[in-house]
Design a protein around this ligand. Structure first.
Ligand SMILES: [Zn+2]
Length: 299
């Protein structure tokens, strides 16, 4: 997960106005009706109509796992507008019968945040695996649920959410909370801190270390990076070196595939190349083994 610094509310507002004039006025009217009724009711407007604004701001990657969203012409099949705070009743996470288990509270169930259903600062574009399969109506927090009608900033202060919100600059930079060792996401901050728990829970919640599509995506990213760094360091042809440098810059930019993993790996390549090589070999063996496990057993 990386921060999308350009996705501030001011920018989102301007882009929504350009994409769908009148959407925000309709959203305000809908919010007023929802607040008066004290419960969520669906639009107009439709949040799907402005999904493309978030996809563009997020370089067409899922806000939580960085998996490609399939492009703006792919239709609804591969992406959703995700409500960070659920519009409907909040379910307890983790479920009682399920792992992981934590030695600390995660907020239990609660009323939904119906007044934020049409609030643009509550939206992100997410892949189906993150949104439909995992996010659903969960919203784990460290403290007590905030008051009905409170703003996102007031809620953040009161609730201490565990899930990281990567758009704009209202929340902490995800890369200060989650780092990568090879393909593996790990909490970046000291144990027994809220920041550490945010990293741990975000990783567990979205299954960031359990999804084959993410291992494969990350492995492609670090393989390409490894090769490009090798060319940049050793190739005698200045044109090839320049091309490799441009690729490294591109791969670790906001739009780079699995940029958080790629940036962690580039730092390691610069600081400790021997350890980077070990991680690379380990990742290579892991991905090959997983592919073999899933290969069809043909007669
Ligand atoms: Zn995702």
């Amino acid at each position: 997960m990386i921060r999308y610094p350009g996705a501030t509310l001011a920018n989102v507002n301007a882009l929504v106005d350009a994409e769908k004039p009148g959407w925000r006025a309709d959203a305000d009217a809908r919010t007023a009706a929802i607040v008066a009724a004290g419960e969520f009711s669906k639009g107009p407007p439709s949040w799907s109509d402005i999904k493309v604004v978030f996809m563009r701001l997020q370089s067409n990657k899922c806000a939580f796992c960085e998996f490609p969203l399939g492009g703006e012409f792919a239709g609804k099949a591969t992406q959703d507008v995700e409500h960070y705070r659920p519009k409907n009743a909040v379910k307890a996470w983790p479920k009682k019968s399920k792992t992981p288990k934590y030695a600390f509270g995660t907020g239990g169930e609660g009323e939904g945040y119906h007044w934020l259903a049409y609030e643009l600062s509550n939206y992100a574009a997410a892949c189906k695996a993150c949104n439909t399969a995992r996010k659903s109506n969960y919203f784990p927090i460290a403290n007590v649920r905030g008051a009905v009608g409170a703003t996102a900033a007031e809620l953040d202060a009161a609730e201490l959410p565990y899930l990281i919100f990567p758009l704009g600059d209202a929340d902490e930079d995800p890369e200060t909370l989650i780092a990568f060792e090879g393909l593996v996401a790990l909490p970046a901050r000291p144990a027994d801190s809220h920041a550490h728990r945010r990293g741990r829970i975000t990783i567990d919640f979205f299954g960031l270390n359990k999804r084959e599509e993410l291992w494969e995506d990350r492995f492609r990213a670090i393989s390409a990076l490894f090769e490009a760094v090798d060319v940049a360091k050793t190739n005698p042809d200045p044109a090839r070196v320049e091309m490799a440098r441009r690729r490294i810059s591109d791969m670790t930019s906001t739009s780079g595939p699995q940029a958080a993993c790629a940036r962690s790996f580039l730092r390691l390549l610069e600081q400790d190349p021997a350890r980077a090589w070990d991680y690379y070999v380990e990742a290579d063996a892991f991905v090959l083994k997983e592919r073999e496990k899933r290969a069809p057993k043909l007669p």
